[in-house]
Design a protein around this ligand. Structure first.
Ligand code: SF4
Length: 378
């Protein structure tokens, strides 16, 4: 399925949901947004995970300077141009203004204000300590209040718990899926679609497993194996094609569209023992040690995590993984720490490519050359 078909199907899906009386909440796709709470309140969460061309970036320059990160630029450009295949953006009823980073907050405010979408605020602490955890819970309760005011009715605790369990099962299945030995591009397409649709995608995911259980899953590729960390590859971004054309295969996606999303599974004993569902969401936030809102230990945790994945893979397959740290241009969260991350991992004998780029077509040749040279070294 190409992206046009995916976007057209998604448009029809959202229209159906609107006809059923559901409201749609848009937000920029990052970490720690409690989509279970939207689900429990009867809303459909719409993650913005589209980027990959010059036009969206250029169209954002009427609102923010080009020194804003390329993904945030693309999110604004998407609303400004609104090409036909993205007509579903007109269906968004509310937009979350959150603070994953400065670009996120600026882009979300502009989208809400300039494109007339009422905003809902949800701020997330940058640190992970006793006080920030209390603050996170207050924000959850405040968001609950905002949603209840819109609906004119209470969100019941049992409904939220059901939604948490539903998303949890979905993430478990996605985690299983992530280990399938299929090509990176095929895997990414399914991950993008799954994260876009959320648990509505579960039956399709299950049928994918059934169809593939008859030895159809490829067991080996001749390509060099790559772990992608840093920024996600969003829908319409050709980066994965450049990696595959250069002789690589991304076997592990360590980003928001990837491990960072489906690894945040809540254990059954926690689901059973914590009665208050808001405390379950707080527990997940507290344990999100690899997200970049986990100051002060984020970088150390990330290095340990990447080293472990690398060593496990080496032990299991006898092959080395190369790491591409994908830095979306002007993404401070990832670029500021990238030299340190690379040096520390290289000291351990792990090859890392810090690949900084925006979505311009003009630099694709350059990107291919850098990727090919890196893959040669693995
Ligand atoms: S700066 Fe980085 S974290 Fe922020 S919106 Fe851009 S890609 Fe996301």
């Amino acid at each position: 399925m190409d992206n046009l078909e995916l976007l057209s199907d998604y448009s029809s899906f959202l229209r159906e949901k609107k006809e059923e009386g559901k409201k749609i909440i848009g937000f920029i796709s990052h970490d720690n947004i409690p989509e279970e709470l939207f689900d429990a309140a009867g809303f459909i969460p719409l993650r913005l995970l589209f980027a990959g061309n010059d036009e969206f970036m250029d169209a954002s320059h009427d609102y923010l300077p080009p020194s804003t990160c390329a993904f945030a630029q693309s999110c604004i450009g998407l609303f400004s141009l609104k090409p036909n295949q993205y007509e579903f953006l007109d269906l968004i009823d509310y937009f979350i203004v959150s603070n994953h980073c400065v670009s996120d907050i600026c882009a979300s405010e502009i989208i809400s204000k300039r494109f007339d979408i009422p905003r809902l605020n949800f701020y997330i602490p940058y640190t992970n300590n006793e006080n920030s955890i209390k603050y996170f819970k207050l924000e959850l309760l405040e968001l609950k209040k905002q949603l209840e005011e819109i609906n004119g009715k209470e969100i019941k605790d049992e409904n939220l718990k059901e939604s948490i369990k539903k998303y949890n099962s979905f993430k478990r299945k996605l985690l299983d899926f992530s280990f399938l030995n299929i090509s990176g591009s095929e895997k990414l397409k399914i991950l993008q679609k799954a994260i876009l649709y959320g648990p509505f995608f579960l039956p399709e995911l299950e049928s994918f497993f059934e169809q593939r259980s008859d030895n159809e899953i490829q067991t080996s590729f001749n390509s060099k194996e790559v772990l992608l960390t840093g920024g996600s590859i969003f829908i319409n971004d050709p980066l994965i094609d450049l990696v595959e054309e250069g002789g690589g295969n991304i076997t592990f996606f360590d980003s928001w569209i990837g491990n960072n999303y489906y690894s945040q599974i809540i254990a059954n004993d926690i689901l059973d023992s914590i009665k208050n569902p808001y405390d379950i969401l707080v527990h997940r936030f507290k344990n999100n040690n690899f997200g970049d809102h986990s100051v002060p230990n984020f970088l150390e945790n990330k290095i340990l995590q990447l080293e472990k994945i690398y060593q496990d893979h080496l032990k299991k397959t006898g092959r080395k993984l190369g790491i591409i740290n994908h830095i979306i241009k002007f993404c401070d969260h990832i670029s500021l720490l990238s030299s340190h991350l690379k040096n520390r991992l290289q000291e351990k004998g792990i090859q890392v490519l810090n690949l900084e780029r925006d979505y311009s077509r003009a630099i694709r040749g350059q990107l291919s050359t850098r990727i090919e040279a890196f893959l040669e070294m693995i």
